[in-house]
Design a protein around this ligand. Sequence first.
Ligand SMILES: Nc1ncnc2c1ncn2[C@@H]1O[C@H](COP(=O)(O)OP(=O)(O)OP(=O)(O)O)[C@@H](O)[C@H]1O
Ligand SMILES: [Mg+2]
Length: 416
Amino acid sequence: MSELVRPRRHHHTARPSGFMAWLRARRSELEYQAWVEEFTSQLRGVFREACQFTGLCHYISAAAGLTVRTPRVGNVVLGPPVSLTVELMPGQEPEDFRAPGQRIAHTLGGHGLRIERLSTRWLRLVLLDADPLGDPFPLPDVVVASGRESLLLGRGEDGTSLGHGIADAAHIAVQGQNGSGKSAFCYALLAQLAAADDVLIAGSDITGLLLGRAWGDTLHREWQTVGTRDLEAHALMLEALVAEMDRRLDTIPQRCDKVTATSATPTVLVVLEEFPGLLRAAASHPKPKSGKSLVERIVLAQLRLLSEGRKAAFRVLTLAQRFEATAVGGGYARDQFALRLSFRVPADSLVMLHGDEARPLGQEHAGAAPGIAYLSAPGRDCERIRVPYLGSYGEYCDRIARHGLTARVVDEEAAA
Ligand SMILES: Nc1ncnc2c1ncn2[C@@H]1O[C@H](COP(=O)(O)OP(=O)(O)OP(=O)(O)O)[C@@H](O)[C@H]1O
Ligand SMILES: [Mg+2]
């Protein structure tokens, strides 16, 4: 198969004048039209073969034997970017094109495929020349005033922004190899949240970079435990959070089935930076003669926050290089995370967190640049995004110092 080359008009520098110039221009126009026709027909053929190879086809058995039906191509637009309208076959949905999209795009000579629904039965497939997530995406200096407002999570391949409200009942799992951008993503998330009056940013961070010193004089700081010198302090802090959760669950007002966050009872975001590392460090702690080990205490507190916290306005944000069940407190704990992000990870880790639908994406994502992630959430397809970037660590510290909440305006009526 010869490579598909998008036809380009030959631009004449001088305006045609005289009969010979007119003839040259006319011939060049006819050549261009023939090129367009050949390209369009080749594109249709190659698209058909790609659909067949990737399983986007129906096999129909007829008297003459087995025939293959592929989605019908309507219009081909040269663009750039090249796009084609496609009629879905019975039983097909636009989502069916997502997983094989990149294979089809590569076959057609592009980088990726953007899928746009035109009507119930018609799609537009746009062939992207370059990775739309190739460029860094700086985080503007914005903060939310309340956890109910949407945080900027990232930008999808079609350029649309993705948001998430921390007050939404979802725990967040973030996995990625060394240097893939997990912490930087959380810098961007926490910097947006630092000023929200009805949010408390608590948690455990053995690295002491995401939480801790950067939060200096803010009122979040006293709920953050950092470092590895005093590992029991991490268990004690998580247990104190569980006690607060229990207190809230005991005092849920009548006729309510959940706590509504206010400045008096803020949404508590429990950040667990490098959680498997915390468990590993805790495992080397001497075991007590009786009672639970430090690891058991930490795992239990996390599990309780994960399983019961949603109703009490607790949200857990756990970071791990690999979200293996054993590394994050068991399969049940892992199942509690509704919002899941994977930065660069080996293909098997991607499938482990996002399920089988992510399998075709695995190979490419294993080499993803920092800041590029797959995101999945209930009712949302697994989607490739670029997360916003704050720049240097110093900038993170500056934003927390500038916006971090130092006092709450308590609404007496809501508190009562
Ligand atoms: N969104 C981004 N855009 C561009 N570059 C990024 C982005 N996120 C991270 N980087 C670059 O990648 C580097 C590593 O990022 P980060 O420290 O967040 O990785 P990590 O996944 O937390 O790694 P570790 O497991 O070692 O903690 C950053 O110092 C930065 O240079
Ligand atoms: Mg990190």
